[in-house]
Design a protein around this ligand. Structure first.
Ligand code: ADP
Length: 855
């Protein structure tokens, strides 16, 4: 039925053409389903049937479905491609005209699909870019393979230039010939920007960390230089006539500058640790001596607060170790300083134990116990962090920066140990810390058990007017197992000897201070020698300052040894064992009493000072002038070289950082000139960059010595002496690392305070307050012809100035004291004037020293 229908619909044409092909039609099958068919029919003339049509029907249902499927898939693909976030395009392979251009392409390039279809890249893009696209396209098509185009910059209509990645791929026809070209791109502009921002940030960070050490150097320069100026100028102002009010104001300036300097030191230390710039050194040292020195200076602080300060070193603790004694001392000074600060009554005890770590190393365990205010348990961990204090109000009452423990904690870590605290509020605290130290293979004066056991049970008489000294001596001697009896004067000593004599147990050995009020050490020995009934003990004399003729006097009086204070523990032990074992060969130590002759023959130099900072220029000039030198100044390297050409100088002090031409350049030029002219002109560098490698740079550039700023009179003096002295001997001598050799006295002073600038500042300010009063007393005593008063004041002054190893001043005071004692005042005016001059010099050196920063 349907076939007939089919035929009838095509009938007229059919009968005319007598043939039809591929007539699409639908058949309804018996089961009712509809199928798609194609119909072919021909008309034939048959002898039997007449004209007939012959038809074949092909069922095309499946093909049709497939076609529809393809259509749908195409639509789906199209929609996917359209909506892909990546720009996608299709070009015909022949003319490279765009066939497809998805939305992302529209967005990227700013041209719509309608605009671009049927046109080529040259119709839209700059020639260079279109050419580039074409070359890539042709390459892809000719290779017949995927082409990956790495980052390229493309121009767009309204997004400027963008960075894209593109994959290009040929689409082949049935015969394997390229028909289309597909391109898929990715806009990576944002990613690249983020990446380069990241790289920039990283580079900046690296640069920052590289600059950190420079920054530290700059910071120390930038902050210390003005503080140096403030402190120096304040001190100079103190030397002028001041009203009481002005004096007070200046005092406040001085104290503020002092604490600022301390804060900067702490921060510098801390940031150096943070930046990994702080390195520990490894040197051989004697633990007991280091501890004794540290305790001696802390004793002054403890003494002021009437606190007992004691230490106990377990016998098993080795003495000869390798490590950084300066940093170890810094930790101890911090902890013990805190203990003293936070304790109002009772005691502070340092204990040291050790455990063997290996054959070459030892583990030291230090404890610092106080009976102070204690630390609440919630705060016990926090205080080791920077800027943390147990009580916010503490800093107001007790001062401090909250950096001490943080720094100590880092030092302990660097020394292979740790730090912790046990504490109870109101009862006190015990700070523990451990460090790991290598053991020496021998070398240092070892305190051997043999030496100590020699002394066990020996009774000893200690005579010293200073309580702290007495306490320390007593403790050392007890530690060695000796039985000390301590007295505070020569007459007390004679009494003690009398009693010992009566008890039938005379002292085999006497340690006596030399300078004591009333009866001094020599007088005491003289008196003792006169008492024939006393069995003559071995006598060791301790003195703060040697005097000419002491050696002869010692020999005459039969004194076995003569030691300069502060006495190191090893030195004392060595001396005691030696004099006890071989009293007949004992003798005074001449080196100790000739030391003070060094400074006598100073010569007046003509010095060129090249320095651009006005304050520093003034300070250095004043310091040099007070040393008796003539000073000419220059503001930069060029001016300095100019002056050197024109005038005859003995020496140039060259600031390293100067505008126009710095000190290093100027020195190089000078040295080059000398290659032609011969000779070697002494140059001393001055630099605020106290960083590693600095000194080397100065010496490399041909400088002969090196002073780091803030300069101190002492360092200046010693460096000049060193450079001039050595150059005079041999003018062709190689550069001398001046700083290494010349700081002996300063080292002694700093050593005495264990590097504690704070304490040193305190001692110095005390001294600066006290000494003018004593000088005034001396003058007054002289005016009123009271030799005894003069002697007393000079003695006290001598005692306090000897703390600073200032020998000429000690000598000057000694002379005044002697004049007072002799009651013949003819030489007094001259001696007092000399003393005043010397004291002035000491004051100045101390002021400068108090500005000095720990390395
Ligand atoms: P600073 O003493 O300069 O403030 P530190 O880091 O040395 O800084 O100490 C941090 C804080 O720890 C102190 O402010 C104090 O509150 C507490 N502290 C340290 N030592 C003691 C101690 N021995 N007794 C009580 N409190 C202490």
């Amino acid at each position: 039925e349907s076939a007939v229908r089919a035929k009838t619909t095509i009938l007229p044409q059919f009968w005319h053409d007598r043939v039809v092909r591929d007539v699409p039609y639908q058949y309804i099958k018996n089961d009712g389903t509809v199928i798609d068919v194609l119909l072919d029919s021909v008309v034939m003339d048959d002898p039997v049937w007449g004209t007939i049509s012959l038809s074949t029907v092909r069922n095309i249902t499946l093909r049709k479905r497939a076609e529809e499927e393809t259509k749908r898939t195409k639509a789906l693909l199209n929609s996917i491609i359209e909506n892909l976030p990546n720009p996608v395009f299709l070009k015909d392979a022949k003319e490279l005209k765009y066939v497809l251009w998805n939305k992302a392409s529209e967005e990227l390039y700013g041209y719509s699909s309608e605009e671009i279809k049927g046109r080529t890249a040259h119709d839209f893009f700059p020639v260079e870019q279109a050419d580039r696209f074409e070359i890539q396209d042709r390459e892809t098509l000719s290779k017949g393979d995927l082409l990956y185009v790495p980052e390229q910059i493309v121009d767009t209509k309204d997004k400027g230039t963008r960075i894209i990645l593109t994959k290009k791929l040929p689409i082949l026809d049935d015969e394997g010939k390229p028909q289309y070209l597909v391109g898929i791109s990715e806009d990576i502009t944002e990613r690249k920007e983020a990446e380069s921002a990241l790289i920039k940030a990283r580079e900046a960070a690296e640069q920052a960390s590289r600059s950190k050490s420079e920054f530290l150097a700059n910071m120390s320069h930038e902050i210390r230089t003005p503080i140096n100026g403030i402190m120096g100028m304040t001190e100079l102002a103190f030397n002028t006539d001041l009203t009481v009010e002005q004096h007070e104001y200046l005092e406040a300036v001085r104290i503020s500058a002092d604490s600022l300097l301390k804060l900067i030191n702490d921060i510098l230390d801390f940031s150096k640790i943070e930046a990994g710039k702080l390195e520990l050194i490894d040197v051989d040292f004697g633990l007991r001596d280091t501890i004794a020195d540290t305790m001696t200076m802390l004793a002054i602080q403890a003494h002021k607060k009437n606190l007992e300060l004691v230490y106990q070193i377990s016998p098993e603790v080795p003495d000869a170790i390798i490590g950084d004694p300066g940093r170890l001392r810094q930790v101890l000074v911090n902890l013990i300083g805190n203990a003293i600060k936070f304790t109002d009554q009772g005691e502070v005890v340092l204990g040291i134990q050790s455990g063997v770590e290996s054959q070459n190393a030892v583990h030291l365990h230090f404890t610092v116990t106080d009976t102070g205010i204690g630390i609440p348990s919630g705060k016990q961990e926090k205080i080791f962090r920077e800027f943390e204090q147990a009580d916010g109000s503490t800093s107001r009452k007790y001062g401090g920066t909250g950096l001490g423990l943080a720094i100590s904690s880092r030092f302990c870590e660097m020394m292979g140990g740790k730090i912790w605290v046990e504490s109870e509020v109101g009862k006190g605290s015990t700070f523990h810390f451990t460090v790991r130290m290598a053991l020496q293979k021998g070398g240092i004066v070892q305190i051997t058990d043999g030496q100590i056991s020699d002394l066990k049970g020996l009774s000893v008489l200690v005579v010293d007017d200073n309580e702290t000294n007495r306490r320390i001596l007593e403790q050392i001697l007890r530690y060695w197992g000796m039985h000390p009896t301590v007295v505070d004067s020569g007459s007390g000593a004679l009494d003690a000897m009398e009693k010992a004599h009566q008890d039938g147990a005379p002292f085999p050995i006497v340690l006596t201070d030399c300078m004591m009020p009333g009866m001094d050490g020599f007088q005491f020995v003289e008196r003792m020698n006169r008492e024939a009934r006393f069995a003559t003990p071995t006598i060791v004399m301790l003195t703060s300052a040697g005097e000419r003729g002491d050696a002869a006097r010692c020999l005459k009086l039969g004194i076995a040894a003569y030691l300069l204070k502060p006495v190191r523990q090893s030195e004392l032990l060595f001396t005691i064992s030696r004099v006890l074992n071989a009293p007949q060969e004992s003798q005074a130590r001449p080196s100790l009493i000739t030391r003070h002759s060094i400074r006598e023959s100073r010569r007046r130099l003509s010095i060129l000072l090249a320095e651009d900072n006005a304050v520093n220029q003034l300070l250095a000039t004043k310091m040099l002038e007070r040393m008796g030198h003539a000073v000419t100044t220059a503001g930069n390297g060029i001016a300095a070289l100019d002056s050197l050409e024109k005038t005859n100088f003995d020496l140039v002090l060259m600031d390293v950082q100067m505008p126009e031409m710095d000190g290093l350049q100027a020195t190089k030029i000078l040295r080059d000139r000398e290659k032609k002219t011969g000779g070697h002109f002494p140059v001393i560098a001055m630099t605020a960059y106290a960083m590693k490698g600095d000194k080397e740079r100065c010496l490399e550039s041909g400088m002969d010595g090196y002073i780091s700023k803030p300069i101190t009179a002492q360092e200046l003096y010693e460096t000049i002496e060193h450079v001039m002295g050595s150059l005079e001997k041999d003018s062709r001598q190689l550069p001398i690392p001046a700083k290494v050799a010349q700081v002996l006295d300063k080292t002694v002073i700093l050593d005495r305070v264990g590097g504690d600038v704070d304490l040193l500042g305190e001692i110095i300010s005390l001294f600066l307050e006290d000494s003018p009063r004593l000088l005034a007393e001396i003058r007054e005593a002289f005016q009123h012809r009271k030799p005894a008063l003069m002697e007393k004041a000079a003695h006290t002054l001598k005692g306090s100035v000897s703390n600073f190893a200032a020998e000429s001043a000690v000598q000057a005071a000694l002379r005044v004291e002697g004049i007072g004692r002799s009651s013949d005042l003819t030489e007094a005016p001259q001696a007092i004037m000399h003393l005043e001059r010397e004291m002035e010099r000491v004051r100045e050196e101390l002021v400068a020293l108090s500005q000095e920063i720990r390395p």
